[in-house]
Design a protein around this ligand. Sequence first.
Ligand SMILES: Cc1cc2nc3c(=O)[nH]c(=O)nc-3n(C[C@H](O)[C@H](O)[C@H](O)COP(=O)(O)OP(=O)(O)OC[C@H]3O[C@@H](n4cnc5c(N)ncnc54)[C@H](O)[C@@H]3O)c2cc1C
Length: 275
Amino acid sequence: MRSVAFSLCIRRQSYHVSVRQLNDCEHKDLVYCETVSNRGLPNEQGPPMEPYRFKVAYDKLVIAAGAEPLTFNIKGVKEHAFFLREVNNAQEIRKRLLLNLMKADNTGLPVEERKRLLHCVVVGGGPTEVEFSGELSDFIIKDVHEQYSHVKDDIHVTLIEANDILSSFDVGLREYATNQLIKCGVRLMIGIVKEVHEKKIVLNDGTDVPYGLLVWSTGVGPSDFVKSLNVLKSLGGRIGIDQWMRIPSVEDVFAIGDCGREGRQISSEFVQQDR
Ligand SMILES: Cc1cc2nc3c(=O)[nH]c(=O)nc-3n(C[C@H](O)[C@H](O)[C@H](O)COP(=O)(O)OP(=O)(O)OC[C@H]3O[C@@H](n4cnc5c(N)ncnc54)[C@H](O)[C@@H]3O)c2cc1C
C-alpha cells in the first residue's frame, strides 16, 4: 500500500489535501479528496485556488485524522479562545501576549483595563494545561518581568478547572503539581465556565473573570470529518475499532491514533457486523 498523503504530494506538489469522504455506495475502495490551500505551490501569494477534487483508490486504508478540541458547545469559546493543538495556535498565543503587553504600556489606560489585558486564563486542569500554565508563568517571571518590569505586579496566570487539577493522577502527584503551580505564581480557581465573551468569562455561579488572553484545552473529541463518516462510532463519537485497529463495518480500513477508539461497549456490535 502506498501512503495516500505521499502520493498526493507528488501529484499536486502540495501537502494540503483534505479527505472529504470515504467510498460511496457504488465504489467501495476510493478516498475522495480536495486541495485546501495554495501553500507550497508557485502561486502561493496569489488568490486562493479553486479546490482541486480527485479520488484515490486504495487496497488498504489507514485513517489517522486526529481529533479536535472539545468546547462542549459553550458559547463564545470557538470565537474568543486559543486552543493548544497546532503550531499556529502557539504562534497566535505568543502574538496575543506580546500585543497585550504593548497595549498595557499605554500610559492613559485605566488600571482595570490594564489588569484585564495582562490576565492570562487557562481553562482545563489536565496535564497539557498544567504544563502550559507553569511554562507561561515561568516565562512571565523570567522574561516578562525583566523586559516589562513596570507590568510585573499586574500580569497573572489563572487556571480554571471544574474539579481537581490532574484528576486522573494519584493524590501525591496532584498535590505536588498544585504546590509547584502556586510556587510559579499560577492562581488556581475551581469553576465551571458558562460562556465566553470577548473580554470576560462568565462562570456558572455568575462570577465574571476578565481576561486578555484565554487558552482553552479541555480535551479532544471527534472532528467533523470523523463525525461525517458512516461507520460505527465508539462512545464519545470516535471511530470504533477492534483490537487490531480495524473498522469492522468497512473492509480493509483501519483507524489509528486520536481518531479511533477501541471500546468494550461496542465490541458485541462489532462481532455481529463482522460475521
Ligand atoms: C499540547 C499537547 C500536548 C500533548 N502532549 C502529549 C504527551 O506529552 N504525550 C502524548 O503521548 N501525547 C501528547 N499529546 C497528544 C498527542 O499529540 C496526540 O495523541 C497525537 O498527536 C495523535 O496523533 P494522530 O496522528 O492521531 O493525530 P494528529 O497528530 O492530530 O494528526 C492528525 C493529522 O491529520 C490531519 N487531518 C485531519 N483531518 C484530515 C482530513 N480530512 N484530510 C487530510 N488530513 C486530515 C490533521 O491536519 C493532522 O495533521 C499532546 C497533545 C497536545 C495538543
